[in-house]
Design a protein around this ligand. Structure first.
Ligand SMILES: O=C[C@H](O)COP(=O)(O)O
Length: 613
């Protein structure tokens, strides 16, 4: 859930912020620069007034990037007892040294590094902040007269910043002259908080005073975490402005929100001559959006067309796309993730392949049940596992002392340099894990032989499972802390003995009635299946690609082919799903040794309530 941070100058404005339900009260003097500091006396008085009703942060000021200057000021601010200390990192060769100088303080106070979108922020500093035990990082703007955050950091670059910061275990925030229309554009990227000052001051501007009315408008656009123990005070009809619409008013109709003639340079095409450069592509999108009121007055009541354009930009920024159909499908999936959208038409047109345009137009609708993005059977040839009665977990699992995470190591890493580091990281995990080997190159050979020798999917499925065992033997061969596990009993025993079990799937998987013999079911789905059998807390898929984002969903990952077609239906409810790619290998060892999973968390699919039993 994204929290709301409000920058205030002292007790008076803190009172307005608290009354307005702000999640984090941030002390800052706007007249003294981008990160103008207030006096330590003001900080202490404000902390005393707030009395624990909300966390308090305070900024250190626009300081020169000198390690000793930064450290001394941060110590002074921390001594007031604030919950978070925000430190500005302006462009400097000393930035890394400044981060290092703060490590002793970071060990006892939550430090948040502030980078500036309008000052060419160096995101390569993010691993430094993590290394020196910072608590979080955020982006703000330094020159408040020079535009908003999105003017300097375009929407398509934000998911990468957020995902990388989160993957380093840092809290992540966005701010920088944010205004009401920016909020529905930024919430889909799931930052931990959005920071505001200017938008809270109404017409008086950020050096004026914050107003209760302006703050209330912003508050209603950032979904409020339901207060512990109390019912959420939020009117869910208003949450619809950001797509939070558990139950919109059925008496109201739909609006058509459209984007027309939106032309972008896109790397697209299956032909070799279409690779290595971009071509103009025109997008026409029309979304049927559930109304939340028939008297729209402001951003709380509308679905922003910016969300459509940001989604297209974000998808296009991921890299080369083979087919117009795949691009259209990804755009439709992204837009349908917003629960208020009930139908979307997407037209993708290449403009440079001839005198006219060529392309595709698709229409996709939301499934009526539950108005969620139904993730029904993933198109497997047989009945999907999700629709089959769940089998009871064996006694040995129910009695197991630990609930592991299941980690699938992609077989395509078998020839990659980082495979060794992945295996070492997994073998050294303090988090109880079970490794599921991918089929990778061995499974590719099965597909090729099936094409040449024309044997059945059933035979191919069995051979692909044996392919997983072949890669499993390679993994086992690399580290003595690993142990083979063919049954649930062997898996639990290995965990109890402090070993890391490597699942050799043929015994269990070939006998399982709820695993269809289909190419829709690969090691992704089998890892999800095992997670269900073991009652795992989490499932991590380690991929040889990094072409995914925290804003991805299981549906979008399926469309992109990053998870297999059966995965959505096979993933059990309640299992946290994570994805990691090559860039996560470097930090994986440290994270696993500290019982953390590498990679990024992917939102659980919205599923119609499953029938009990
Ligand atoms: O982090 C919060 C900042 O104080 C935001 O201030 P601003 O909205 O005026 O850029």
């Amino acid at each position: 859930m994204t929290r709301m941070l409000a920058s205030v100058t002292g007790v008076d404005e803190a009172e307005i912020a608290l009354s307005g339900g702000v999640d984090i009260v941030d002390l800052k003097e706007p007249k003294a620069g981008a990160l103008g500091a207030v006096s330590t006396q003001t900080i202490r008085r404000t902390i005393s007034f707030i009395a624990g009703r909300a966390p308090v942060s305070a900024v250190c000021g626009d300081l020169p990037m000198e390690p000793e200057t930064i450290r001394a000021k941060a110590e002074e601010i921390a001594a007031t007892g604030v919950d978070y200390v925000k430190i500005g990192f302006f462009p400097s060769a000393n930035a890394a040294a400044c981060a290092a100088a703060l490590e002793p303080l970071a060990a006892r106070t939550k430090l948040i590094a502030v980078l500036f979108a309008d000052l060419a922020p160096d995101f390569e500093l993010l691993p430094n902040f993590a290394k020196h035990r910072f608590y979080g990082a955020m982006v703000d703007t330094a020159n408040k007269a020079n535009g908003r955050l999105l003017d300097h950091l375009p929407p398509e670059r934000i998911p990468g910043f957020i995902d990388r910061t989160k993957s380093l275990g840092l809290m992540v925030g966005l701010s920088g002259s944010l205004e009401a229309p920016d909020i529905p554009r930024l919430l889909p990227f799931a930052p931990d908080f959005l920071g505001f000052r200017g938008a809270l001051c109404g017409h008086s501007g950020r050096v004026g005073s914050i107003s209760a009315e302006a703050l209330s408008q912003i508050r209603e656009l950032v979904p409020e975490e339901s207060r512990a123990g109390g019912a959420s005070s939020v009117d869910y009809r208003l949450l619809a402005a950001r797509g939070y619409s558990p139950g919109t008013d059925p008496t109201l109709g739909t609006d058509k929100i459209f984007v027309r003639d939106f032309v972008l340079p896109v790397q697209i095409g299956a032909y070799s001559f279409e690779h290595g450069h971009s071509q103009k592509v025109r997008f026409d999108v029309t979304a049927d959006v559930l109304q939340v009121t028939d008297h729209p007055e402001d951003m709380r009541h509308v679905f922003s067309y910016d969300i459509i354009m940001d989604g297209i930009r974000t998808i296009v920024a991921r890299g080369h796309i083979q087919l117009s159909e795949a691009l259209a499908e990804q755009v439709a999936t992204y837009i349908l993730e917003n629960p208020r959208v009930v139908r979307v038409t997407v037209r993708v047109e290449k403009l440079e392949l001839g005198p006219g345009g060529v392309g595709v137009e698709i229409e996709r609708k939301r499934q009526a049940a539950g108005r969620g993005v139904a993730s029904g059977p993933a198109g497997g040839k047989e009945q999907s596992a999700a629709s089959q009665p769940r089998q009871e977990r064996p006694e040995v699992v129910r009695r197991a002392a630990v609930k592991p995470a299941v980690v699938k190591l992609g077989g395509s890493t078998v020839h990659a340099a980082e495979m060794e580091s992945w295996i070492a990281a997994l073998a050294g995990s303090k988090l109880p894990i079970v490794i599921v080997p991918g089929g990778g190159l061995f499974a590719d050979q099965v597909r090729e032989m099936q094409f040449r020798m024309d044997f059945s999917d059933t035979a191919a499925h069995a051979m692909a499972i044996l392919a997983m065992e072949q890669f499993g033997q390679i993994i086992l061969d690399r580290d003595e802390r690993l142990a083979p596990a063919r049954s649930l009993e062997e898996t639990v025993r290995a965990l109890d003995e402090g070993k890391v079990p490597v699942w050799l799937p043929s015994s269990l998987a070939l006998a399982a009635p709820d695993i269809p013999a289909s190419w829709d079911i690969t090691s992704d789905s089998l890892a999800a299946w095992l997670a269900g059998k073991l009652g795992a807390n989490a499932l991590l898929l380690i991929k040889q690609t990094g072409a995914f984002l925290g804003s991805d969903t299981i549906d979008s990952l399926t469309v992109k082919g990053i998870v297999d077609a059966g995965f959505a239906a096979m993933l059990p409810d309640g299992v946290d799903f994570h994805l990691a790619g090559p860039k996560d290998a470097a930090e994986a060892g440290a994270l696993l040794a500290s019982s953390n999973l590498p990679g990024i968390a992917i939102a659980a699919p919205i599923r119609p309530a499953r029938k009990a039993g």
